[in-house]
Design a protein around this ligand. Structure first.
Ligand SMILES: Nc1ncnc2c1ncn2[C@@H]1O[C@H](COP(=O)(O)OP(=O)(O)OP(=O)(O)O)[C@@H](O)[C@H]1O
Ligand SMILES: [Mg+2]
Length: 260
């Protein structure tokens, strides 16, 4: 085998390992939500059981209708979460296509909402509608998930998460910012946070700490999108990550709501 062939083979192996790492990181980030999602399912089941009991006890149509309504909406909420989880965990395709930024964000929010609520973190939204970018949707959702989980972990108990979507027409970017009111990052550490395995998170009582892979995967994904990932931080005040992706107009046949 020639040197050239050997190099090609090794390059393919590196590519395959990078893809595997990305998929493993995708699954491990959902792991951070395991406790909140279990909690939410418990609440949903309690609602279903209580309204089913009410329906069994009361024979009148009005009470039964109300019980069925509540059971139905609890079931629909559960389906939304499981569908979202399955879609998120699926191996990402290679496809790049126009996606609406709001839709990408909302799909991730369904999964993290309960986690934020359990840690008493409120959300402030400033979301311009009808902002489109050409992206691999599941990879961008992986970035959004990583940034929100990082922000939540930086805030501990209580704080505000600020989400902004902006169409930066002049510079050609669709921009999404995720800001937290957490501990912040010292200036001398800012360069390191994107390095693989750099983490400041110590293992907790259950042996769960950080792996330090989250942001390095984000960087890889951004490079593949020819986008940018900017970070601004102040110790004690918080951190804002801004994701800039190549914008696109709304695809033909879809109504652009930005003018509304
Ligand atoms: N929003 C943030 N606020 C403060 N520090 C942050 C924030 N986001 C990242 N960091 C710092 O950057 C480090 C690296 O982040 P990264 O997401 O790569 O790894 P991790 O969160 O430690 O572990 P993993 O994501 O693999 O579970 C974190 O350990 C933390 O020190
Ligand atoms: Mg992380």
């Amino acid at each position: 085998m020639s040197d050239q062939q050997r190099i090609q083979e090794l390059e393919q192996l590196v590519k395959m390992l990078e893809e595997q790492l990305m998929q493993t990181q995708r699954l491990s980030s959902v792991g951070a939500l395991a406790s909140s999602i279990t909690h939410e399912f418990n609440n949903i089941l309690t609602t279903v059981i209580n309204y089913a009991k009410m329906g069994v006890r009361h024979k009148d149509a009005k009470t039964r209708d109300k019980a069925f309504d509540r059971i139905l909406s609890a079931g629909q909420r559960a389906t939304k979460i499981t569908t979202g989880m399955l879609a998120y965990a699926r191996t990402s395709s290679d496809r790049f296509e126009p996606c609406e930024m709001n839709k990408l964000l909302q799909d991730v929010l369904i999964l993290v909402q309960k986690d934020l609520q359990m840690h008493r973190i409120g959300i402030d939204e400033d979301l311009q509608p009808g902002v489109w970018a050409i992206v691999n949707s599941s990879q961008i959702q992986q970035i959004i998930m990583n940034l929100i989980v990082n922000g939540r972990q930086a805030m501990g108990e209580g704080g505000r998460l600020k989400l902004t979507i902006r169409d930066n027409v002049e510079e050609g970017w669709a921009e999404l910012s995720i800001g937290d009111s957490g501990c912040g990052i010292p200036n001398d550490k800012l360069q390191k946070i994107f390095d693989p395995f750099y983490t400041t998170k110590k293992a907790d009582a259950r042996g769960q700490g950080g792996t330090g892979i989250g942001l390095s995967v984000c960087r890889k994904i951004i490079e593949a999108h020819k986008g940018r990932l900017r970070v601004e931080s102040e110790v004690g005040k918080g951190t804002t990550f801004t994701l800039k992706l190549p914008r696109s107009g709304s695809p033909a046949g879809l109504i652009d709501t930005s003018a509304a």
